[in-house]
Design a protein around this ligand. Structure first.
Ligand SMILES: Cc1cc2nc3c(=O)[nH]c(=O)nc-3n(C[C@H](O)[C@H](O)[C@H](O)COP(=O)(O)OP(=O)(O)OC[C@H]3O[C@@H](n4cnc5c(N)ncnc54)[C@H](O)[C@@H]3O)c2cc1C
Length: 418
């Protein structure tokens, strides 16, 4: 039996804590927030019966790691729907682009361009991971295969919204993984994802895991073969923290030659503005991609077109989302100023005279790693220069974009190494 400290109480940390305590280890989780769940955690507004995630969350039916884990632990509240998704273009109109028929009906591209785009989408859907995806950027790949017109119309703005100034350096592994794993059916949890997190927390309590919330790790020391965390010595440490945070905390433990490669990794921060309104901002559509630079945000997700509004006291909920760089003014300005910035665009997109009842603003630092040419060789691995210190964090989902499914997978894999 080993004494293990897990840094971070997101889904990776919780899954590894479950597996390790099941295997008879003595586990402590350190989480800086009041609640467990990390990027996937939720909150409740007034009169809501269900939790809502701070950042929009759904899973795909191909997310077998989290679905199998749920089954393993007896959690049966995941369910699937096929909500409408569409994309908003420069002409002010939104079009669904989910099925081959949607693509054929799409009016902003010629038939030849649409057929070419369709063939490449099918190819990416069926293709295994190929080395070629590591040698080209998404922009190069999409321009070459689908054509410049398709890139300009369908993709350019999506990449700009998701990756900002890094849009041009994102490897085509990203677009392969996105299309390969995506399913029309989207999954959610009865009660919100926090219900799943709370369920795992209860299992951890039963397994006598020591869960310390509201505890921000500020220091880690080396003591013999083990580590000093919170005044106690642990045989092993698993860090699920964002790499920049982990690097800062381990500056006295790891050689600079090891940590210096992490300084080459680039990230964006996620911001979500959640609007509780009296009427839906958009009808029917759950997910609206913004494919026009005339709108100052990346995504509008009308959550209550996916999940029944009765679970939120009959109010409508929508997310407005951004990924931003360190120096973005959105990180500095107030919720009210952000609202002022987006309201005219929301009014233009909406058919209803909706009224905002409650706005909520959330920021998630280091939430979007940038998969550029240097990413793979510099990203962290489970194994570190210290045989008793392990890493399992969202940088390690590469070539897949981070997700709760991969958090479960990483949590399980790191536990197997101990
Ligand atoms: C905008 C957005 C949308 C997303 N949408 C989806 C989606 O639709 N579907 C999906 O499956 N996934 C989605 N994800 C990704 C998913 O949320 C993450 O991949 C997953 O939750 C990561 O879990 P984790 O445990 O690896 O990391 P985290 O959740 O980041 O956990 C790390 C934990 O460490 C804690 N921590 C940090 N510093 C310290 C410290 N010094 N001391 C103690 N604790 C600390 C943090 O508070 C956090 O709880 C989305 C993410 C974002 C940002």
């Amino acid at each position: 039996m080993k004494k293990i400290a897990i840094l971070g109480g997101g889904i990776t940390g919780l899954t590894s804590a479950y597996c390790l305590s099941k295997n008879g280890h003595e586990v402590t989780i350190f989480e800086k927030e009041k609640m467990l769940g990390g990027l996937a955690s939720g909150f409740k507004g007034n009169n809501w019966n269900w939790y809502l995630e701070r950042a929009y969350h759904h899973i795909f039916s191909s997310d077998s790691d989290i679905l199998n884990f749920a089954k393993e632990i007896g959690f049966d509240k995941f369910y699937f729907r096929s909500p409408e998704t569409s994309s908003l273009f420069n002409n002010g109109s939104a079009y669904p682009l989910d099925t081959p028929v949607d693509l054929l009906k799409f009016p902003l591209l010629s038939l030849v361009d649409k057929l070419r785009a369709g063939i490449i989408i099918v190819f990416l859907k069926l293709s295994p991971f190929l080395p070629i995806y590591k040698n080209m950027t998404s922009e190069e790949f999409l321009k070459k295969t689908m054509g410049i017109k398709v890139w300009n119309t369908l993709w350019q703005q999506l990449f700009r919204g998701k990756f900002g100034k890094y849009a041009g350096i994102i490897l085509s592994v990203f677009i392969w993984a996105r299309i390969n794993k995506r399913t029309k059916k989207l999954g959610y949890v009865e009660g919100g994802l926090q219900v799943f997190i709370n369920y795992v927390e209860k299992l951890l309590m039963d397994l006598r895991v020591n869960v310390l919330t509201n505890y921000e790790i500020k220091e880690i020391g080396k003591r013999g073969e083990g580590f000093l965390v919170n005044g106690e010595i642990y045989d092993k440490v698993i860090s699920t923290l964002p790499t920049p945070v982990m690097s800062r905390l381990t500056a006295n433990i790891f050689p600079t030659s090891y940590l210096s490669k992490f300084t080459k990794l680039k990230y964006l921060h996620a911001i979500t503005l959640i609007l509780e309104t009296d009427r839906p901002i958009i009808d029917k559509t759950y997910w609206l991609n913004i494919c026009t630079d005339k709108i100052p945000f990346m995504i509008l997700a009308q959550h209550t077109n996916f999940v029944d509004k009765k679970n939120y006291g009959g109010k409508h909920l929508a997310y407005v989302g951004w990924y931003v760089d360190n120096d973005s003014k959105l990180l500095k300005i107030s919720k009210e100023e952000i609202l002022k910035l987006v309201k005219p665009s929301l009014d233009r997109i909406s058919n209803s005279k909706f009224k905002i009842l409650n706005p909520f603003l959330f920021k998630a630092p280091w939430a979007q790693p940038i998969f550029n040419r240097d990413f793979e060789k510099n990203k962290p691995d489970f194994i570190t220069p210290d045989k008793n210190f392990f890493i399992a964090n969202l940088d390690m989902t590469y070539p897949y974009d981070r997700g709760t499914n991969y958090a479960v997978k990483l949590g399980k894999e790191v536990a197997e190494l101990i």
